[in-house]
Design a binder for this molecule. Structure first.
Ligand SMILES: O=C(O)C(=O)C[C@]1(C(=O)O)C=C[C@@H](O)C=C1
Length: 80
């Protein structure tokens, strides 16, 4: 779990850098919806669907918080 989490966060770091450089917004509702739908379809045990939906949402909220903090720190550094 930790290893997968760290790999995911390495990707999220790259996404944050891309969004910072392109001045793109962090939250993309349609993208988020499609990530959730795609993953829910892949779930083998549909009885876990609701719990998995909540898990994905918490994961994406955490990614957005990380991106927000990282981009804010970059902006603060550039104003020093
Ligand atoms: O794909 C992105 O643009 C991301 O920022 C990653 C991610 C995610 O954690 O999967 C996070 C926020 C977006 O709203 C959608 C997806």
């Amino acid at each position: 779990m930790r290893v997968l989490f760290e790999k995911r966060m390495d990707c999220i770091q790259k996404v944050a850098e891309y969004k910072f450089n392109k001045n793109e917004k962090i939250f993309d509702q349609s993208r988020e919806q499609s990530v959730i739908e795609k993953n829910l379809k892949l779930l083998e045990k549909q009885e876990y669907k609701s719990a998995y939906h909540d898990f994905l949402q918490v994961l994406m909220d955490s990614s957005k918080d990380y991106q927000k903090d990282w981009i804010a720190s970059q902006k603060a550094d550039s104003h020093e």
